[in-house]
Design a protein around this ligand. Structure first.
Ligand code: NAD
Ligand code: GDC
Length: 334
């Protein structure tokens, strides 16, 4: 058996789709991309790749997906922005089946390296109460009080990776992604995160001529947002480096949600009246990434400026919006 296939689980999703493109560009020829969604719903379907539709919650499907595989990138999860994860805790927790069964199948198949995409949602809620948050260090995940549902699943699956390394010798790598954005991701439908949602809302205002925007919360909550190119670079360095513990992969450019809206307004050349929906899902008050550990391990940290990444994201969502709804004033149904 020659194990030289690379598996991207969740390859029909936002980050998985970009990762397949990145691996192809790096010259890998045997890539398998697996997602539960029908191909029509994949953000990117790459040619020359072994694309398959499989539900990776099932162990048998994980066995099929990991056949002849040397390396697994697990980007598959039932997830979304704060609006989705607050309302779908059980669904988020069921993603535990994906990582568990993928690890079991990977062990059986003799996989050499296994990457798991964890989240900043594993961090203790007490450390995220103030919008002027102290950047989160990896140790702040314990004592455990993560985001309910989604965060618990990620923290549990991180530990599953750790014990598969300790007990079975499979090399695992875990990155805690902080809010990732960019083209070819979810921008409508309920799973979208703030960067894409704000772009869509600004585009709607521009197209409709109704110059107002609804913002969840008071707009003073803070986040850092990582552009997809930084995410891919970080994953590559973490997977190929000596990184024996979960590490933050996020931007440290902290902004309020109001500042995020300022940026999109500037890109769109528009000023909007802001309506704050205080009972909307808000999540933590503040969250930022401490990048000491990733710098220590791989000598690098994300650096794309939010303004630059958002300009590319806005342009892509604009094209998607216009292709779907048109650019006339009637195109205001979103
Ligand atoms: P995404 O929703 O675009 O991609 C995830 C993909 O997994 C989807 O295409 C989905 O169909 C697929 N999937 C879900 N259940 C599956 C199943 N049972 N079998 C096979 N495929 C299944 O999300 P994304 O933004 O690309 O996120 C990728 C990974 O990174 C996820 O693990 C996510 O939790 C993690 N993450 C993302 C962010 C972010 O801001 N995007 C932040 C932290 C962590
Ligand atoms: O959805 P999200 O990007 O996720 O929201 C960030 C902040 O933006 C929240 O406080 C939210 O209330 C605010 N916000 C304002 N308007 C809107 O229209 C809007 N839509 C959305 N979605 N938000 C709006 C995310 C998780 C991910 C993940 C990352 C890790 O939490 O949802 O699944 O793992 O964190 O960093 P966020 O940052 O709370």
């Amino acid at each position: 058996m020659s194990n030289d296939v690379i598996l991207v689980a969740g390859g029909g999703g936002f980050i998985g789709g970009h990762l397949v493109a990145d691996l192809k560009a790096k010259g890998f020829e045997r890539i398998r991309s697996v997602d539960v969604k029908p191909f029509d719903d994949w953000y990117q379907v790459h040619e020359g790749v072994d694309n398959r539709v499989l539900d990776l919650q099932e162990l048998e499907n994980c066995r099929e997906a990991t056949r002849d595989v040397a390396r697994v990138y697990n980007l598959a999860a039932d997830m979304g922005g704060i609006g989705f994860i607050e309302m779908n805790k059980a669904l988020c927790m069921l993603s535990v089946l994906i990582n568990t069964h993928l690890l079991m199948a990977a062990r059986e198949a003799g996989v050499e390296k296994f990457f798991f995409s964890s989240s900043a949602c594993v961090y203790n809620a007490d450390k995220q109460r103030d919008p002027r948050v102290v950047p989160l260090k990896e140790a702040d995940a314990y004592p455990a009080m993560p985001e309910d549902g989604y965060g618990w699943e990620k923290l549990f699956s991180e530990r599953m990776c750790r014990h598969f390394t300790e007990d079975f010798g499979i090399a695992t790598r875990v990155a805690r992604f902080h809010n990732v954005y960019g083209p070819h991701g979810t921008w409508e439908g309920g799973r979208e995160k703030a960067p894409a949602a704000i772009c869509r809302k600004v585009i709607l205002a521009k197209v409709s001529g109704r110059h107002e925007i609804e913002i969840w919360g008071d707009g003073l909550q803070t986040r850092s947002f990582m552009y997809i190119d930084d995410c891919l670079e970080g994953v590559d360095r973490i997977v190929n480096g000596e990184v024996p513990e979960p590490v933050n992969l996020g931007s440290s450019e902290l902004v309020t949600i109001n500042e995020l809206v300022d940026i999109v307004e500037e890109i769109a050349d528009l000023k909007l009246q802001r309506n704050y929906k205080l009972d909307a899902p808000k999540g933590v008050n503040g969250r930022n990434s401490d990048n000491d550990l990733i710098r220590e391990y791989v000598g690098w940290e994300p650096s794309v400026r939010l303004r630059d990444g958002m300009a590319k994201t806005y342009a892509w969502i604009w094209d998607e919006y216009v292709a779907k709804y048109g650019a006339g004033k009637a195109a205001t149904t979103v």
